[in-house]
Structures are given as structure tokens and as C-alpha cells.
Design a protein around this ligand. Structure first.
Ligand code: HEC
Length: 194
């Protein structure tokens, strides 16, 4: 799984670089051996100028050699990569969610009820419910991954452990990375205080 993600991100990154390269033919790629430069940047610096006695005061402030701007990553591709990473992590965590949460938090769950689904509905992805905008943080909280004690699964808090808990935590991390990278739709703060 992780390997797939890495490959994906690498591909997207490479794609972004290649795409930007095509659009900016004026800027040589950093590793392209440039045509011989008559005046290498080092000799244009203040030290070289100082060598010419008397000319220091008169010379204008040395201007920095022109720097090749790194190509700006395509925001759409960055978002897509972040969301892809989140989805891969969700798929990996899904068995743990299914085991511990699905009975109450999916529409077909045996113990599902409107109130539970209104909080958290993992029938499809991204999860529904009024915590959607902050769901990665909320899940961390109810599973005791913050400084608060676990409150879920309801009636059996603290029973999600080991690899299950680790895979869910990994998903909350991927979710947070996507959230901070601006890959989620804009939203206000979680209105629900409970
Ligand atoms: C036996 C049924 C049941 C199971 C299993 C269960 N929940 Fe819940 N869940 C509830 C109920 C009931 C509430 C509403 C609790 C309340 O209002 O105090 C709730 C609320 C929540 C909320 C909102 C909590 C809040 O503070 O607002 C989240 C998030 C949540 N559950 C996540 C999970 C996760 C993740 C799992 C699996 C690890 C899980 N639940 C397992 C019944 C369940």
C-alpha cells in the first residue's frame, strides 16, 4: 500500500516537473550544462570588485545573479496527490473501521440509527455526518489518540488497539496532510461542540 502511494506521488511529482519544463523553455533545467558563460557569477561578486583598487566605492551594489525560479507545482496535481494518499490510507484502515464502527456508523449497520449516522457515517468516502470537515481530528479524539480518553466504540471505548489503531491513525495523518495542503473543500470550524 505504502509503496503504491509513494509510486503515485512520485509519478505526479515527475509529471508536474515535466509539465512545467515544457512551458518554460527560456529557463534551462538546473542540471543542463549551460552554454559557456563569459563571466561566471562568482567573479561578479563584491570580492572580485574589491580587487580593482579604488573602484569599490564607485561600483553599484552587486546585483544577485539571476536565479532560475523552481517551477511552481500545479495546485490541481498537488491536491490530487494528497487526496490519493488519503484514499490509500483510508482503504488500509477500512477493515479496522469495519470491525469496530460499521455496526453503528453505516446505513446498513445492525445498530445504525439516525443520531449515530448524523455524527459519523462511514457508508461511503469521505465519511458523512456533521464532523466531516474535521473528521480526521474527531476520529483521533474518539479513539484516544489525543490527550482525551477514548469514547468509541460506544460502550467499549479503548478496544481499538495495535495494528487496527495504527492503521486508523495513519489515515488521520494522511487526512491531516490533505487538509493542511488545502485539498479539502473550504469549511468553517466544526460547529458541534460534543
Ligand atoms: C454500538 C454502537 C457504536 C459503535 C460500535 C461505534 N459508535 Fe460511534 N457513536 C455511537 C453513538 C450512540 C454516538 C453518539 C454518542 C453521543 O451522542 O454521545 C456515536 C458518536 C460518534 C462520533 C461523534 C462523537 C462526538 O464526540 O461527537 C464519532 C466521531 C464516532 N461515534 C466514531 C466512532 C468510531 C470511529 C467508531 C469505531 C471505532 C465508533 N464510533 C463505534 C455509537 C457507536
Amino acid at each position: 500500500m505504502v509503496k503504491t502511494l509513494v509510486t503515485l506521488v512520485t509519478l505526479v511529482t515527475l509529471g508536474a516537473a515535466a509539465g512545467a519544463g515544457c512551458g518554460s523553455t527560456a529557463t534551462p533545467a538546473p542540471n543542463t550544462p549551460a552554454a559557456p558563460v563569459a563571466d561566471p557569477p562568482m567573479s561578479a561578486g563584491p570580492v572580485a570588485s574589491a580587487g580593482a583598487a579604488g573602484s569599490v566605492a564607485a561600483s553599484p551594489a552587486p546585483t544577485a545573479p539571476p536565479r532560475a525560479e523552481p517551477p511552481a507545482p500545479d495546485p490541481a496535481q498537488v491536491k490530487a496527490a494528497l487526496l490519493a494518499g488519503e484514499t490509500v490510507a483510508w482503504t488500509a484502515a477500512k477493515p479496522a473501521f469495519d470491525k469496530a464502527c460499521a455496526s453503528c456508523h453505516t446505513k446498513a449497520g445492525k445498530k445504525a440509527a439516525k443520531k449515530k449516522l448524523d455524527h459519523f457515517d462511514m457508508t461511503s468516502y469521505p465519511p458523512g455526518g456533521h464532523h466531516t470537515a474535521t473528521i480526521g481530528y474527531t476520529i483521533r479524539e474518539v479513539l484516544g489518540l489525543t490527550d482525551k480518553p477514548a469514547t468509541m466504540p460506544y460502550g467499549k471505548p479503548g478496544t481499538v488497539k495495535g495494528e487496527d489503531l495504527a492503521s486508523i491513525k495513519a489515515w488521520t495523518d494522511a487526512w491531516e496532510t490533505a487538509e493542511k495542503g488545502g485539498a479539502h473543500p473550504p469549511h468553517g470550524p466544526d460547529k458541534d461542540a460534543d
